[in-house]
Design a protein around this ligand. Sequence first.
Ligand SMILES: [Zn+2]
Length: 401
Amino acid sequence: MYNMIINKAYKTELQVNNKLATYFEGCAGYARFVYNWALNYWVKEYERGDKRTGWMKLNTELTKLKEAEFKWMYDYSNWIRTYSIRNCDQAYHNFFRRVKQGKKPGFPKFKSKKRSRKTFTINGEGVKVTETKIRLPRVGWVNIKEHGYIPTNKKIVSATISESCGRWYISVVIEEEMPEAAKPEKVIGVDLGIKTLAVTSDGVFYENPKTLYKAEKRLKRLDRRLSRKQKGSKNREKAKLVRAKAYQKVARIRNHVLNEITTELAKSKSILVLEDLNVAGMQKNHHLARSISDASWSMFRSMLEYKCQWYGNELVIVNPAYTSQTCSNCGAIKSDLTLKDRTYKCECGLEIDRDLNAAINIKNRAKHAQINNACGEEGKTSRVPLAASLKQEAGCEVSNA
Ligand SMILES: [Zn+2]
């Protein structure tokens, strides 16, 4: 049997000086120019009712123009052009696919210098990675912030460099061979907690790191400060940028922590059981900073979904009703349980951490879920189809809003 080959993306921050930042901006500008040029070409063809020229032909066309007209393009890697045209081609394909499916089409938009994300992609050939730095063609060695994160001995497919809030990131796509899936050995229920980030039914507590707590607190403070600033004022713009940076920091820490936990869980050779988060979030969480924890929870779930695929685990999603209030020993329901009650005490004698109690209930529901599935009356419980599309690790997109 062959092992599955998958593409995995590793995203990390680059240490970039002003000179390099300027060069990267030029590269991103090149990518934007090519994208808009190709889009304009295809739009004109469309308006004339002509057949659309293929992207490879367009690429050749642009090479000729480079020699004749756009000499400045010689400053940049040809791969940027190729990937940008392909990108635009993909956007076009997606547009037609949506039209076919009768969905809201959303015609590909021209990229704006001001509003569009600064980004470009190059081929993996010529890109080299060590523990501490990365070599880019035409640039040379650049230090990376997270040492040892990107695997060093694998085939690099491509690298995408992008800017966000004045920082530059690289996402390296690497070809990896996945080992043959191991058979699940046990069932683990996971409760996404409030005080702790996650608790498993076998008693592992994943604490919220202090750094994250501090960063979130600062973000909330900046939020309040921003709301007091006058709309359209310079100070508001400044406050907006500071807030965006703080938001990024929170997202970065959170992403890192969630990646660590989900990897550990996904490698545990188990059937992992989670609550249906959308519903659970509503019930449990209305006192807290909703947006922050909701974002964490859905990210946690989607990370687990694709990592379970990588490592051959199974993920079961169960109905979240009363997982906190039910006694995991006798099944009694304590309806007056509040968020302040950290310990679950039952008349049957059980005294247990509330999140651990919930995790055990979640685990037990998976057993019922399997029985129920066999009987065809599964209620709200469902297994996540393992054929769901593979997503990219650490591909956390951060908005600048
Ligand atoms: Zn009990």
